[in-house]
Design a protein around this ligand. Structure first.
Ligand code: DGL
Length: 271
């Protein structure tokens, strides 16, 4: 039994897709969330900058004495080098592997689409991991960078016409290439899953990295006897690196829980 909180980070709101699933699967766990809202987006930046930001985010969570760190960010998961991850002396997980495993199980035809940030698609990391598991697969990737600011600005209603218009253009290649599975390779994207699903159609299975990462974290904690087995409901604390108001608003809508008053601002640059 381990009562320490689970640490989760992302460049902004996207990692809440992991928090929401963790709260469903492991309701007794405490969660510390860091959203780097002062430096979002990560996905348009260089590898060096993404790695630097990720390591600062991890340092912040470790100061909160977390029992594991989840990089709830497709970009960090795709870019942070294995050599760095190998040096970690704490439990660490990204979202890429769990999402890829689910996609490889789900796909019948082996035609798998991946959407993500520019850095994620450029890294080719999803494609590499998919082909490790299914060498016969055809992987089609397309960056969708505008989805990130749309989500950060709360354009997440399923009838939002601006988001729909942008999504139609981004998702056309997947319709043309007849994929049967589409990985939402950025954790911001499940917040607009309904819109994405409407456009690609019911025959395409959408893989939510937040959901898969939460399942895989739950398995890791269970297998290592690190679950919090106390009877009390876990609490979540949220930290951001810029103004808290817009985060509070969209987070409350998405989590269907009022997080106002639970969000604090931190100075991440000083780490
Ligand atoms: N949510 C992130 C991801 O999964 C980051 C988006 C961004 O900051 O560009 O890739």
């Amino acid at each position: 039994m381990d009562k320490r909180p689970i640490g989760v980070f992302d460049s902004g709101l996207g990692g809440l897709t992991v928090v929401k699933e963790l709260q469903k699967l492991l309701p007794n766990e405490d969660i510390v969330y860091f959203g780097d809202t002062g430096r979002v987006p990560y996905g348009t930046r260089s590898k060096e900058t993404i790695n630097k930001y990720a390591l600062q985010d991890i340092k912040f969570l470790l100061q909160k004495e977390v029992k594991m760190v989840i990089a709830a960010c497709g970009t960090v998961s795709a870019v942070l080098p294995k050599d760095i991850i190998k040096t970690f002396d704490f439990y660490y997980s990204g979202v890429l592997k769990p999402a890829v495993q689910a996609a490889c199980v789900s796909s019948q035809s082996g035609r798998i689409g991946v959407i993500g940030t520019t850095a994620t698609i450029k890294s080719g990391a999803y494609g590499k991991e998919i082909r490790n598991i299914r060498s016969d697969s055809v992987v089609i990737g397309n960056p969708c960078p505008l989805f990130v600011p749309l989500v950060e600005n709360g354009f997440i209603d399923s009838d939002n016409q601006v988001t729909r218009l942008v999504a139609k253009q981004y998702l056309q290649p997947f319709i043309e290439n007849d994929v049967d599975t589409l990985i939402l390779g950025c954790t911001h994207f499940p917040l607009i899953k309904k819109i994405i699903g409407d456009i690609v159609g019911d025959d395409v299975t959408l893989i939510d990295p937040g959901k898969e990462a939460a399942r895989s974290a739950a398995a890791l904690l269970t297998n290592n006897n690190m679950l919090n087995r106390s009877e009390t409901h876990g609490k979540a604390s949220f930290y951001v690196s810029d103004t808290i108001e817009s985060f509070e608003q969209t987070a409350s809508v998405f989590l269907r829980d009022d997080v106002c008053g639970q969000v604090e601002k931190v100075d991440i640059d000083s780490l």
